[in-house]
Ligand binder design. Structure first.
Ligand code: SF4
Length: 193
């Protein structure tokens, strides 16, 4: 769908320069999705993987984030192998609802209620990021935190349009459930994509 060089705004790698590769297609259907234009993969051009890899390499980054849409609807083996051959670190942002293919240095799983994640996604996750839309999502976050490995980093992130409503609850929650960290969509504050 698009490629751009920016900063990672969310989660563990917040503030880090990253080349984003956004793949088109998503079958999850989150009501609050802010990239609904990504859902229909036929609305976007087919791009040669080698061209993407060359642009990522030339960007000057050391870190690539493959996102979507739901990137795991695609076979990511060749793309990730070629990126890693150039020495780039490769991260994935996924809902975990489709089989993960490819080699990754970092996997962020952000499960969604609209299509259940696969068990293997939790096994491979380095980072679990739960979007908080209302107070019921804390229970949902706890349920999923039981499924990841002990060393997996745990983040709660407010749904952007609900942030004023849910942030006070989140701050209280993290103070009494200290395994969690708050993640904010800082790219929106920084004015980058
Ligand atoms: Fe949007 Fe991501 Fe949900 Fe797909 S998984 S609908 S791209 S927020």
């Amino acid at each position: 769908m698009e490629e751009f060089y920016s900063l990672q705004g969310e989660g563990f790698h917040t503030g880090r320069a990253a080349y984003f590769i956004r793949l088109a297609g998503c079958d999850v259907g989150c009501v609050w999705c802010d990239v609904k234009e990504s859902w229909d993969k036929t609305a976007h051009p087919v791009v040669a993987v080698d061209e993407i890899v060359n642009r990522a390499k030339k960007s000057g980054t050391d870190f690539v984030i493959i996102t979507g849409g739901e990137p795991c609807l695609h076979d990511l083996n060749y793309l990730t192998q070629e990126l890693k051959k150039t020495g780039l670190l490769v991260a994935l942002e996924t809902s975990g609802s489709s089989k993960i293919t490819g080699e990754f240095d970092w996997i962020c799983v952000s499960p969604k209620k609209f299509k259940a994640p696969l068990p293997e996604a939790f096994e491979r996750a380095h980072e679990l990021k739960i979007v908080i839309f209302n107070k019921h999502d804390f229970d949902w976050a706890e349920e999923h935190s039981m499924k990841v490995k002990q060393e997996c980093k745990l983040f709660l992130q407010p749904e952007w349009d609900k942030r004023e409503e849910v942030l006070p609850m989140m701050i209280d929650y993290v103070k009494s459930h200290v395994k969690w960290r708050v993640s904010l969509q800082t790219h929106r504050v920084l004015g980058v994509r």
